[in-house]
Each structure stands twice: as C-alpha cells, then as structure tokens.
Design a protein around this ligand. Sequence first.
Ligand SMILES: [Zn+2]
Length: 403
Amino acid sequence: MPLDMIRHRLLENWQTVPVYNTHCHHLPDQEMQSLTLSRLLQQSYVGWMASLSDVHDREARRRFFDDFRCNSYSFWLFQAIEALYPQEHPLNADSWEDYDRAIRLAHETETHHLDLLRDRCRYQAVILDQYRDPGSDNGHPEIFHPTFRCDAFFSGYDRGARDHDGVSPYDVLGLSSDLSLDEYLAAIRLTITQARDSHHAVAIKVAMAYERDLLFLPPDRTKAERAFGQTDAALQDVRAFHDLLMDELMSIAADLRLPVQIHTGLGQLDGTAAMNLRPLISRHQNVRFDLFHGSFPWTDDILALAHVYQNVYIDLCWLPIISPARAIQFIREATEVSDARRIVWGCDTWTSEESYGALLAVRHCLAAALAEQVASGYYDITEAERIGCRILGSNTRQLMNLN
Ligand SMILES: [Zn+2]
C-alpha cells in the first residue's frame, strides 16, 4: 500500500476513537462566554509569539498573517477555527470579521466550549492543571480530573512569596504562615490526600522549569531548615529546601499512587532538559513519572530515560503543535526505544478551539510517523492502528486509573 494511502487509513481509523487527554489548562466557564477571535488568539500559544494587542485594522491583520502563518501554533489553531466555524474563505485579514462573528455567536450557548470537547474532540476525560486554583475541576467533574499543581509549595520557605503564577502556598493550604517545616510538609500531604479523596485529583504536577533548573538532589535537612521562614535565605539553602520538598512530594505520590507530571524542556531553559531529572527518577523508582513535552528541544533525553527507567512515561503533550517535524521523528524513535504502553498525549491548551487544533496535530504526527513504519515493513497497519488508539486513549486511562 502506498505511504499516502496508509496515512489516510490511519487518520480515518483514529477519527472516531475515544480520547483521554493527559493535560490542559482549560479556562473557567465565565471566561469562555466572552470569547472573540482576537481573545481566542491571545489565549493561545499564538499569543505567546505575536503581539496581538494592536491587530485592530485590516492592514495590521495582514501583517500578522504574513509573519505568523508559517508558525506551527498558528497553523493548527487556524486549521481548527476553519473546521469548527466554516466560512466561505480561509481565515485571513479579509475574512477576520466573519470568523469573529461565528465564534461570538457560538459561545452565546454557555455549554459550547464543553460540547466541543465532548462531541468534536471525543474526549472521555481531560486532566486539568488549573494552576491559578490548584486541584480545581472547573465545576465539571464529568469531564475534568484535576492534577494537583505543586509549584506554589516551592516558595513556602519565604512566608510572603508567591510562585511564578502569583499563587501563595499558604492560600492553597488554607493555613497561616506560622508553621514549622514539619507542619508545613504535613499540611501539603493532607491537602493532596484530600484533593485525591474528595475532588478526584488523579496526579500531581510540577512545572518548576519555568522558575529554575530540574536538578533535584538528595535533600540536606539542615540547610533546608535554615532556609525555612527566611525572606533572604542563601541560594544553596533554598535549593536544599526545594530538594526536601520535591522528595516529600515523590513520597506522597508513591503513598497515594498518583503519577507525577513534570514539565521538561522549554521554560527558563538553563538546566531544564529532562536528563537533569535522572537523580530524582533514580531515587524514586516506585513513582510513575509522566514527563511532558518530549523535553523539546532536548528530545533525546526522554528517549534515554524511558529506555533505562520503566517508570518513565513519554508524554507528547504540546510537542505536535510546537514542531510537527520534530514530533513525527520523536514518535518514531519513542515507539522504537520504549513500548506501546508508556506513550501518552495531552493538548496543553486553554480553549476548546486550540485543543481541537492540538488533537488534529497529534493525529497528523502519529499518522505520518506510524505510516512510515508500516511502509518500511516494521509492522502491519492493524498494529499501527492499535498503537495510535493506545497513545490517544487507553494508555492515559491506565496511567491515571480512570474507569
Ligand atoms: Zn501545560
């Protein structure tokens, strides 16, 4: 069978497959109802790349499309918008108002954003990282399962500090800052246990790569104690506090049987390649590590870790919309060096439209990667179909204990 035909058949097969999505930051209901085309772009990765505040007139919009149409975030978001809100012409400066009108009109129905997730994306469950309100399911337990975002806890040594999203650990814990280090760690354990038991949190999440490197060493308790309660603690003591907290989080995850989702790769960039996690993974081989983003651009790191450590899961989330070219190559290599059980996917988006674009992107990348393998005789098309279904669905269901 020619390559194109294999690709086409795989895509067709995955069109209707139920999807379990490891990761999103879906906005709360009230922020969805005021969506316009402009806000949709601002609430996406396109808004990370392009300044959209001055895209008001046709000339500015034309410049925006000229500059950013080649960017992969734009490409997949435009694909989604055109598929979800079909108009006479493709999305461009001249058709802007038509798409804008269609988006506003659709979101007048309050449940439109959830309908898209269920009906168009066919999501059975989505893991929600609501970093501004850790542990939240946005009031929709029927689709969202929280992953408990732990970044704020890393700033708890300084009683007035907040994390890179502006969240105070003491607000998350609902406690005053007048705690001993042991009381602080116990409060974190209790909060995460309650989140699992009463709010159905299915994982914990650390995205400290936006704030520091990922090298977490065996903790030095004396130094960590020295940092606790200080606003101007020495850097080495702060790092010891981080080490102690990270090890405690791993122990909580092991006791509660929650997988640990860790952002790797892009972020503050110095020391954020996944290989920096090797000492942590090596110390906690009873914890399942769900490593995000293929550690892009250091994708080799994840492949090596998954090869050596059976408790490392390869999470493709974000990667297909960062760079489809890299994602295709990475998927081929990941299936070769790991197995069909430990590769998962998440959209990593704030809106349903961008989530649908991310889903189109991963299907495209899976089909391109696996079709090449089928064409080269690596395995047959039935096997490729099955592996794609597992990556989009059942692997996540098992990893997160969703039933
Ligand atoms: Zn994310």
